[in-house]
Design a protein around this ligand. Structure first.
Ligand code: PBG
Length: 332
């Protein structure tokens, strides 16, 4: 048998040889603490309806909500992000239903706070679940009007916080909304309500299945390019984050996730603030579709995709795989 002599001195495979060294040298961790689970709630009773383009993801009525959330609570997932499906009859041009203290998200928040007092609740602030045109703000002369929309969005935020939402997550991309929301929350004595701003939100094709889930996809007139960011830009992402932090954001988010890992890395390195990633509906659909066909190993692909966010610098990830991932992580 021939030997290789002195070559090579450095063998990077040595540390990979055994499980114990692989564990010792792992640079990144993924834990249940890093997961936020987005869930969809619908009106009506006794219904769990699957989203066609998101196999395995359900929209549930409030009478089923506690049972739906129970496994997430038992696994120790820190927070849920709530998304209401608003019936067409309750939608209008101004998104009026967003301000109703008894709207679906407020009822869901009160129920969840009663059943799971330690579960954090994230409330998405934007008008698209409530408008009949599917845009995140109100429209004047064919354009989503910034300041008028911000005035409504900050009232929406106060409405949600008063119902028990712990973390307000403005996803509308209007300028100045974080500052307006912070000011209005504080004026109502809601000084402990946190703000996780969707600071860097791109005009993305990957939200398609989410809009199906909410029933706002078919309604949407045009696109969201006059307020959501151009996928070509990342210097601009840093300006968005700087502005939201200056206005009082406690945490920031980059969305979508997997095509924008470079942006997460830049934001984390520049600002060193809690930075979240949203593995959005289209990313879920892509992975779940391939898993269903047996083209990807489900468990490994879930954990690898989430580890990628952590390696890029994300504090945590909003993911539709949260419950499955938590089960895998608890099982070791
Ligand atoms: C609403 C909102 C969207 C998502 C979260 N909040 C859709 C959009 O902006 O059109 C997308 C989430 C997902 O795709 O999973 N403003």
């Amino acid at each position: 048998m021939t030997t290789t002599g002195q070559f090579p001195t450095t063998r990077l495979r040595r540390n990979r040889r055994d499980d114990f060294t692989r564990r010792l040298v792992a640079e990144t961790t993924l834990a249940v603490d890093n997961l936020i689970w987005p869930i969809f709630v619908i009106e009506g009773a006794d219904t769990r309806a699957e989203v066609a383009s998101m196999p395995g993801v359900l929209r549930v009525t409030l009478d089923r909500l506690a049972a739906h959330v129970e496994p997430a609570a038992a696994l120790g997932i820190p927070a849920l992000a709530l998304f209401p499906v608003t019936p067409p009859a309750l939608r209008d041009a101004q998104g009026t239903e967003a301000l109703n203290p008894d709207n679906l998200i407020c009822r869901a928040a009160r129920l969840l706070k009663r059943e799971f007092p330690h579960m954090g609740l994230v409330g998405d602030v934007a008008l698209d679940p409530y408008t009949d045109h599917g845009h995140d703000g109100v429209i004047r002369d064919g354009y989503v009007a910034n300041d008028e929309s911000v005035a409504i969005l900050s009232r929406q935020a106060v409405n949600q916080a008063a119902a028990g939402i712990d973390i307000i997550a403005p996803s509308d991309m209007m300028d100045g909304r974080v500052g307006a929301i912070r000011r209005d929350l504080d004026a109502q004595g809601l000084t402990d309500t946190r703000i996780m701003s969707y600071a860097v939100k791109y005009a993305s094709a990957f939200y398609g299945p989410f809009r199906d889930a909410l029933g706002s996809g078919g309604l949407l007139k045009g696109d969201k390019k006059t307020y959501q960011m151009d996928p070509a830009n990342s210097d601009e992402a840093l300006r968005e984050v700087a502005q939201d932090l200056a206005e009082g954001a406690d945490m920031v988010m980059v969305k979508p996730g997997m095509p924008y890992l470079d942006v997460i890395r830049r934001v984390r390195e520049r600002f060193a603030v809690p930075t979240f990633a949203y593995q959005v509906s289209g990313e879920y659909a892509m992975l779940a579709g391939a898993m269903e066909r047996g083209w990807l190993d489900r468990d490994r692909a879930i954990l690898e995709s989430l580890m990628g966010f952590r390696r890029a610098g994300a504090s945590g990830v909003l993911t539709y795989f949260a419950v499955e991932a938590a089960r895998l992580l608890r099982a070791g």
